[in-house]
Ligand binder design. Structure first.
Ligand SMILES: C[S@@+](CC[C@H](N)C(=O)[O-])C[C@H]1O[C@@H](n2cnc3c(N)ncnc32)[C@H](O)[C@@H]1O
Length: 365
């Protein structure tokens, strides 16, 4: 299995392309969304006598060879790089080394949460053709290709991948996966997708493309996260930075027309059934944030999930919160300081939900 990879960051162009916001940024208001205005976070004082501050922990320690130049013409937004203009894609995740590191840690979290398993679909050991959609840094695809050396594995993403070494049975391609697919119909045995929330306008249409590309009897697996950070014991309070995270992202998804509420709205099962899939498995998972759980494995998961977030809070927020929600980078920095502080509190028992759905294309289709 993989360890954390060190990626070579692609260089950004010297001149920064102008980035047009997709929607008019608007200031946020508490009226219907419960979102606190950005200025709120500059006014909040910490009361160091509350919730056991002295017990606060320290900061966390702390397509291939044919890539054309245009693919590497990354957009630069407030010093972070994003995929080049292509198709209809609008990924809010930076594609730089700092964010890659956070995603690599999350890959580790994901497999820890699945007892070390990369996938839950009951695929055959001699699976032949596999696609990892929105492969990101490619760690899942690399691990899968290592585990199934007889399979031909493709990882596709809007940003080019930069691992230093990849297994010989894996290749990466650069495409906008929200456009109509050009893959041969009925050609894949297994298609995997993890974490594309906030990037897709039409989930049902997207699932139809996946259905078409799968062989009859082939499996599709989609793991998705909610953006809501919650607690079961009231320790994540309504106006906390943790709680505001989800509110702002939810509202931003609504404005963008690319929802962040895939899990909460049950879009996976609905969309897959509508595309013609048979649902094989639904698994709901809770991802602890921080080492608060008593169970040792959950504690470890919480430590890593907090580390992933803490490493690059600003990277997660940079595009959506400035371009869509109208926050300044200074406002984000103040908010992030509050969030980091909450993340270190042993008295806050935060988690976020994830949902894995495994579906099969019927044999007779
Ligand atoms: C949160 S990351 C998840 C990466 C990977 N699936 C994983 O599990 O680590 C989302 C990925 O989706 C990619 N993405 C977003 N919109 C896309 C699109 N329209 N076409 C292809 N890839 C896209 C981003 O470039 C990013 O790598």
């Amino acid at each position: 299995m993989s360890s954390l990879l060190t990626n070579t960051a692609a260089t950004a162009p010297e001149t920064e392309p102008t980035v047009e916001p997709t929607v008019e940024p608007t200031s946020t208001g508490p009226e219907s969304t419960g979102i606190l205005p950005p200025s709120h976070w500059a006014q909040v004082q910490h009361d160091d006598t509350d919730d056991g501050d002295s017990a606060f922990e320290d900061d966390n320690a702390s397509s291939t060879a044919s890539l054309s130049a245009s693919i590497l013409e990354y957009r630069v937004i407030h010093g972070r790089t994003y995929h080049s203009e292509r198709g209809n894609a609008q990924s809010w995740n930076p594609n730089d080394a700092l964010h890659d590191e956070s995603m690599e840690i999350l890959h580790h979290v994901s497999t820890l949460m699945q007892d070390g398993k990369l996938l839950l679909a009951p695929i055959r050991d001699d699976v032949q053709k596999v696609l990892d959609v929105a492969t990101g840094v490619g760690m899942w695809a690399i691990d899968f290709a290592d585990d199934y050396p007889g399979a031909e594995v493709i990882g596709v993403d809007i940003s080019p991948q930069k691992p230093q070494w990849i297994p010989p049975n894996l290749r990466f391609e650069v495409e906008d996966v929200t456009l109509p697919w050009t893959y041969q119909p009925n050609s894949f045995d297994y298609i995997h997708l993890r974490w594309l929330t906030g990037c897709v306008e039409d989930w049902n249409g997207f699932y139809r493309e996946i259905y078409k590309a799968l062989k009859p009897g082939g499996y599709f697996e989609h793991k998705e996260s909610t953006c809501l950070m919650v607690s079961d014991d009231g320790t994540v309070t309504e106006n906390s930075a943790l709680s505001q995270w989800g509110r702002v992202f939810t509202e931003a998804g609504r404005k963008l027309g690319r929802t962040f509420s895939v899990v909460e709205d049950g879009l996976q099962v609905k969309g897959m059934k509508e595309a013609g899939f048979e649902i094989v498995l639904e698994k709901d998972l809770k991802t602890p944030i921080g080492p608060w759980p008593e169970d040792e494995n959950q504690k470890l998961i919480g430590q890593f999930s907090r580390l992933a977030l803490d490493r690059d809070i600003e990277g997660y927020l940079n595009y959506i919160w400035t371009k869509v929600m109208g926050w300044s980078t200074e406002e984000i920095a103040v908010y992030a300081a509050h969030l980091r502080r909450e993340l270190r509190s042993p008295n806050i028992h935060a988690y976020y939900a994830q949902k894995v759905v495994v579906a099969r294309k019927p044999e007779k289709s």
